[in-house]
Ligand binder design. Structure first.
Ligand code: PA5
Length: 443
């Protein structure tokens, strides 16, 4: 369902260089398969597509069906890995304009992914007079951004529908046993879903973290898991020539060794904007450590050809591109003839927009090669649930292989903690007194 095409990068990579990568790929594959590498207590995602909690999966579908009947707006509260996957999937499978489209499923709004008072107030305005449910998602149960938002929305629900009804309308996705949120959920009797211990936030989209909001938006989560299970089965051959996932991982590391510091994930579909964001977290948090890593950037073309295109074509040669090429459009549009042809566009008569988009992709790829930027292509069959499930697993596994090839622990995120420590200290959180004084002296 996903193939890797290096033909447009041929001027930048000699044939023997691929063979030279096999040993490193094999070593990374063996480390991952044996489960004896760094971060090996976070490998739950490897078998998740087949080895997931079926009872909970049924409860996710039941909760989604219930919300279809009793909810106008689902407010999903979470940040980072507890947010990006669900939003990426809904926008990709439905639309970035999902909430504005006619449908028989609830609107889904995301909150608690910033500390913006304006964003919070705007969402409270949108909820006014609507039947609201809340899904708060936090593995640790203590992350500040979603904790603030949940405090607000819990109070909002209790005030607008009463404490009892609020209990029915709050769904909690968190650790199975630990954390403030779990304690609160148990005390109040909220329905809870589990973030498995051995699955890190950015690898958690195929758990209840992603699946509940995705199901509420009317997406087929059975097909999503089916696609991921197919990827789990297919993407395990260590032979680089036979494994598209490992080809992609190897290509990334090859580009890094050649001095390309930035991978630009490219899509020609605006629906993939948030998928790009999810991918950026997956790779940025997994690889950007110990002074190493590729910086993951993203663009949507042709939109960004009119902003960043100049740099990609003609700027410093620090980039390579990976294009997610979706072979089938979700919806087609044929360009009609205009008898007057004042705009001179009649040469496009009868062509589909998808065909025009494809020519933009091919023309851009050749132009960027001429400008010194290599492009790799990931061909994805279509934009349905099964393909997305496959693609999610493809990226997760490639990330693990690429991270092990790089020599980092792909499953921790020590750098994310630094800002939190400073923020807590500056806000005067108890226990941070000495850090507070030291930081304030620097301001
Ligand atoms: O990938 C990660 O681990 C992070 O992005 C977390 O998902 C993010 O910080 C949110 O954490 P939590 O789910 O504990 O609130």
């Amino acid at each position: 369902m996903v193939t890797f095409d290096a033909r447009y990068a041929a001027p930048f990579v000699r044939e023997h260089e691929w063979a030279g990568l096999q040993n490193a790929v094999t070593a990374a594959h063996e480390t991952l398969t044996a489960g004896n590498g760094a971060g090996n207590d976070f490998l739950g995602w490897v078998t998740l597509p087949t080895d997931y909690d079926k009872e909970e999966f049924a409860r996710i579908k039941a909760a989604a069906a219930r919300m279809k009947e009793d909810t106008d707006i689902l407010v999903v509260i979470g940040i980072g890995g507890s947010y990006l996957g669900a939003r990426a999937a809904i926008e990709f499978l439905k639309s970035p304009n999902y909430n504005a489209k006619p449908k028989d499923t609830p609107d889904v709004y995301f909150c608690g992914n910033s500390i913006s008072s304006t964003a919070l107030q705007d969402l409270l305005d949108i909820c006014e007079g609507k039947r609201v449910s809340v899904n708060v998602i936090s593995k640790s149960g203590t992350t500040t951004e979603p904790a603030i938002a949940f405090r607000v929305f819990r109070a909002y629900l209790e005030k607008t529908v009463g404490v009892e009804e609020a209990r029915r309308r709050i769904y909690v996705t968190t650790d199975k046993a630990r954390g403030t949120l779990k304690g609160l959920a148990d005390r109040e009797g909220y329905e809870t879903f589990v973030v498995p211990d051995n699955v890190g936030g950015r690898f958690s989209v195929l758990t209840a973290v992603g699946l509940l909001p995705i199901a509420v938006a009317g997406c087929d989560i059975d097909a999503l898991m089916e696609g991921a299970a197919l990827a789990q089965k297919e993407l395990c051959d260590p032979d680089i020539a036979k494994n598209a996932c490992y080809q992609y991982a190897a290509a990334r590391q090859l580009m890094l060794r050649k001095g390309r510091a930035v991978e630009l994930m490219v899509s020609y579909e605006p629906n993939a904007t948030m998928l790009n964001e999810w991918w950026k977290q997956l790779y940025g948090e997994s690889e950007g450590k110990d002074g190493k890593g590729l910086f993951p950037g993203s663009v949507v073309f042709s939109t960004d050809l009119h902003s960043l295109g100049q740099f990609v074509q003609d700027g410093a040669n620090i980039l390579f591109e990976t294009v997610m090429n979706f072979e089938q459009p979700q919806r087609e549009f044929i360009i009609e003839e205009d008898p007057e042809n004042i705009d001179g566009l009649n040469f496009l008569t009868g062509k589909s927009m998808a065909e025009v988009n494809r020519k933009a992709f091919l023309g851009t790829t050749l132009a960027h090669a001429d400008g010194g930027t290599p492009t790799f292509v990931l061909n994805v069959a279509d934009r349905q649930e099964k393909s997305l499930g496959y693609l999610i697993y493809f990226f997760e596994k490639a990330c693990a292989i690429s991270g092990y090839m790089l020599g980092v622990n792909p499953f921790d995120q020590p750098g994310v903690e630094s800002y939190k420590k400073n923020m807590f200290a500056l806000l005067g959180k108890p226990g941070y007194e000495s850090e507070k004084a030291a930081l304030e002296a620097r301001l």
